[in-house]
Every structure is written in structure tokens, then in C-alpha cells.
Design a binder for this molecule. Structure first.
Ligand code: EPU
Length: 344
């Protein structure tokens, strides 16, 4: 394990921003992380844990130590006739892990196909797409306390998952280095397994019928999700971006009733607590941002919620655009949209 200085992070953030880390270390095992903890660089500097860099906006050079999690490995921990507990180490690519499960007919995360990033980052914000969140199949995770070096286990309750939220963004912010995540999945190969594919969200059903799939399989659902994502979300390898820049806001019934009189076509999704979730992409589009290019940045033409780097953008340029967008949504609708990406 080596500590590098002034390490360029261009290839390590999906916005493709040209920034450097003052110190940088890549960790391949729990022992390597503990070894790193003994160094003076670790002891004397602020630490930033980096996964796939797919949900982060760097607004300047990064002071302190950036730790890249590269702990690899996927294994079956236990199984019954119908269920399997699979443990994936935090440095695995999320989509590679999804494919690993699909190959073995382990169902539960096929709707989360093609989400960029690493397994270890998935629980941080309870990644979700097309009607599934990881909390639905989460078993437990292991993480190292960044101060004591102790390996701690977190079960579902400990993680306090919410919409793009977990305890690791609040009470335990910056306190743990996640090393592995375990999931409880359904063995579709078992005749006794009971499982229903989640195909109700958005275009999944239409896409499956366009693909002429009538007998659903885990692979077919994954392929449909991949097709939808590819049609809406720009590939970070071709156009720098970090997926949804903002979270979808929830508003109370009073504000909803006021707004729906003015905007009868406003999409809304009622929540269990009585509030309504409004797609931030719709709000941003209504403010005229969709497809708009501002300098080196802009809101994507197929999904207004995604901010992109057209080549030479700086993090500050993207952040300034985000603030402009946030302001205009607030002015037009009285709704405050909050970033989903981590701004550092
Ligand atoms: N919409 C617009 N204009 C747009 C974009 C969206 O009007 O430019 C409206 C449409 O009414 C559409 C609705 O928003 O029906 C929902 O759009 P979409 O299905 O694309 O989903 P989203 O709410 O914009 C969320 C997640 C995505 C996830 C999709 C699919 C958040 C912040 N984003 O987006 O996650 O892939 O649902 O489940 O919750 C991410 O987190 O980075 C991400 C891409």
C-alpha cells in the first residue's frame, strides 16, 4: 500500500473533473486499511473515502487524504432452499455484482442494473431505481471505524435507510469505511421460490413488450432496465455526469393542492406519510433548463435532472449552474430541491 502525492482524480470521478488529491491511497484489504491508519498522513489529515466517484462533485483541489476502496471479492455466505445470502466486498463494481447475481439466477437487484459506482457506496445513499432500493434486499454490512480500526456490523435497522438516505450521511457521516455488503436474494432456480418481478415502474412493462419478452426472466428485466437507462441517462464515459444531481422533493398536501390548480399536469407520487413526491426532472424542465447548455455545462437533453460536463467544466461551474437551477425552481414553484450528489 502506497501513499501518492498530488494524485490526479480525473479518471476517478464520473464528472471527469480535473482535480488532484493532496494524498491518495488505494486499499485492497481490511488489513491494508488498518496499515494505512498507522501512517502519519492518515493520522494528520482529513480523510475522504472514494468509491466509483459517480456521485461526487469536486469544487476544488482535494486537501487531505483520498482513500480509494478496491477491496474485491463476492461469495455466498449461506443459503436455504429458496434464499441465498451473498456478500460483496465494497470495491466491487455495482453493475458487475448485479451481473454476477443474474448469471446465477439470484433475484432482487436486477432493477438496479447499470447503476454506476461501487458496492460499498450503495448503502451510503440507499441506491434505488425502477421501484427497488437496496434496503429491500439488504442483509448487513461491515465497516471499519475510521478512528479505532474496529470492524463493526450494521443490520437493516442500524442503517436507518430512507429515500437516498442512511445513517452514514448523518449520525455516522465520515466515521466508517465500508468493507462489505451482504444481500438476501431469491434463488429462482428453486421450484419452491416465490418471487414477483417488479415491472410496474415507468416504462419497464412497455420496454419488455417492445423487446417481445412475455415470459419474464431476471435477465430480461435487467436488459429492459439497461435499455431504459441507456435511452435517458448519458454514459459518463462519453459525457461527464453523476446521474441525478438533485433528489426528488416531497411536498405537503397544502402546497400540492395549490400547485396542481396552476399546473394540472404536474406528476406526483403520494407517500406513506401523506406528502407527495414530485419529480425534480419535471420541475427543472418546466423552468426551461432541459437541454440548455451553459458554458461548459448544462442540463441533459433527455433527463433534465442530470447535469453534464461538456468537456472543460470546473466543479464550480457545475455547482453554480446547480444553484441557478435550484433558485429558479424555488421561485417558480416554492419548492427547494436538494443535491443528491456529494459536493466537496
Ligand atoms: N421528468 C420530466 N422531465 C425530465 C425528467 C423527468 O418531466 O427531464 C418526469 C416525468 O414525468 C417522468 C418522471 O419525471 O415520468 C420520472 O422520471 P424518471 O423515471 O426518469 O425518474 P426520476 O424520478 O427523474 C429517479 C432516480 C433515478 C432513477 C430513476 C428510475 C432520483 C433522484 N433519481 O429519477 O436515479 O434511475 O428514478 O428509477 O430519485 C440517480 O440517483 O442518480 C438516478 C439516476
Amino acid at each position: 500500500m502506497q501513499i501518492q502525492e498530488n494524485k490526479p482524480l480525473d479518471k476517478l470521478n464520473t464528472f471527469g473533473l480535473s482535480v488532484s488529491a493532496q494524498y491518495f491511497a488505494e486499499v485492497n484489504s481490511v488489513d491494508e486499511f488498518r496499515e494505512l491508519m498507522q501512517t502519519t498522513v492518515y493520522k494528520n489529515n482529513h480523510k475522504l473515502i472514494l468509491g466509483g466517484g459517480s456521485n461526487i462533485l469536486f469544487t476544488g483541489e482535494v486537501n487531505g487524504l483520498v482513500v480509494k476502496n478496491s477491496i474485491k471479492g463476492i461469495s455466498v455466505v449461506s443459503e436455504t432452499e429458496t434464499e441465498v445470502i451473498v456478500k460483496a466486498n465494497a470495491g466491487e463494481l455495482w453493475h458487475e455484482f448485479v451481473l454476477w447475481c443474474i448469471e446465477r439466477n439470484y433475484a432482487g437487484i436486477e432493477n438496479l442494473s447499470l447503476i454506476p459506482g461501487l458496492v460499498g457506496a450503495a448503502p451510503m445513499q440507499n441506491i434505488g431505481a425502477y421501484g427497488v432500493e437496496i434496503k429491500d434486499v439488504f442483509q448487513e454490512l461491515e465497516a471499519i471505524d475510521k478512528e479505532t480500526g474496529e470492524l463493526v456490523k450494521f443490520n437493516l435497522n442500524d442503517c436507518e435507510f430512507g429515500y437516498r438516505e442512511s445513517v452514514f450521511k448523518h449520525k455516522h457521516k465520515n466515521k466508517f469505511f465500508i468493507t462489505s455488503v451482504s444481500f438476501k436474494l431469491t434463488k429462482l432456480s428453486s421450484p419452491k421460490a416465490i418471487y414477483k418481478f417488479k415491472t410496474d415502474y415507468g416504462d419497464i412493462k412497455n420496454t419488455l413488450s417492445e423487446m417481445q419478452v412475455y415470459d419474464f426472466s431476471i435477465k430480461a428485466v435487467s436488459d429492459a432496465v439497461i435499455k431504459i437507462r441507456n435511452s435517458k441517462l448519458p454514459n459518463p464515459k462519453e459525457l461527464g455526469n453523476a446521474g441525478s444531481f438533485f433528489k426528488n422533493p416531497s411536498i405537503n398536501k397544502e402546497l400540492f393542492e395549490e400547485l396542481v390548480l396552476k399546473y394540472p399536469v404536474m406528476p406526483s407520487f403520494p407517500q406513506k406519510d401523506g406528502s407527495l413526491k414530485i419529480p425534480a426532472g419535471w420541475l427543472i424542465e418546466q423552468c426551461g433548463w432541459k437541454g440548455k447548455v451553459v458554458g461548459n455545462t448544462g442540463s441533459h437533453k433527455s433527463q433534465a435532472l442530470v447535469l453534464v460536463n461538456y468537456g472543460n467544466a470546473t466543479g464550480n461551474e457545475i455547482w453554480n449552474l446547480a444553484l441557478e437551477i435550484q433558485k429558479s425552481v424555488k421561485e417558480k414553484f416554492g419548492i427547494e430541491i436538494m443535491p443528491e450528489v456529494n459536493v466537496v
